[in-house]
Design a protein around this ligand. Sequence first.
Ligand code: NAP
Length: 257
Amino acid sequence: MFTSLSGKSVLVTGASTGIGLGVARQFALQGARVLITARNAGRIEAVAAGLRAEGLQVQGLASDVADAASVKALIHTVEEIHGGLDVLCCNAGIFPNSPLEDLAEAEWDQVMATNAKGTFLCVQAALPLLRRAEYGRVILTSSITGPVTGSPGWVHYGASKAAQLGFMRTAAIELARDGITVNAVMPGNIVTEGFLDVAADYQAGVAASIPLKRLGTSADVASAVLFFASREAGYITGQSLIIDGGQVLPESLQALV
Ligand code: NAP
């Protein structure tokens, strides 16, 4: 039913671990040519080498999405390597936990710079390449936290994830004339390296609050990302899709029995 993604040029940010790695792997398994990026050069290159050893077309590039010069250089390298870009996945994100009363201004700035400004910088820099694509696709990794739910210790994170959706809605309108769609996935609690840093009792509490009774996987999120990237999703833009096992649905604990 879906047109093949084979040969498409895909860039996934924040892809040395977690959701980004899962998304990159799924694109590569469909035959896409995938570039993955993260700050730690040694790690992103090692991850890419591992995927190539599985026969996948993946290359690793070091960059910091919070730094405009680094993003510009990244997109320049993408053009040099692939000659263009069909799909941009703005996935890089950080989620340090700090209660509001202790939250330092520098931590607020760092989270906003990575999660919100990083999205803007990557989309803006990639525009010339996406405009030349047969059909350009931008997929943001937002979250349920912020746009839909609240979670103690994550006021800055929630604000950054809501900011991504505000960005998305106007970007979708501005880029529609170029045939570029801009959509977002909103994961619930997904088991990733980053999430495993969160306290074990928090993880257990979350799993119990999910109607489908399990935490999500990177592959769960990747399926939705690949859908938004497909030719067939071309009439969908400025939209978001929650992937959370039903976590936002219960109105009371009784709903979970
Ligand atoms: P993760 O396992 O901690 O991975 C984060 C990735 O982003 C790493 O590759 C990291 O590598 C990279 N990164 C961090 N800061 C960066 C920067 N400034 N520039 C470039 N790369 C950067 O995180 P995850 O759980 O997969 O989360 C990925 C995305 O999903 C985030 O946007 C997060 O908000 C969102 N999300 C996650 C969950 C969840 O439950 N896990 C739920 C909802 C939404 P380096 O450190 O080497 O840069």
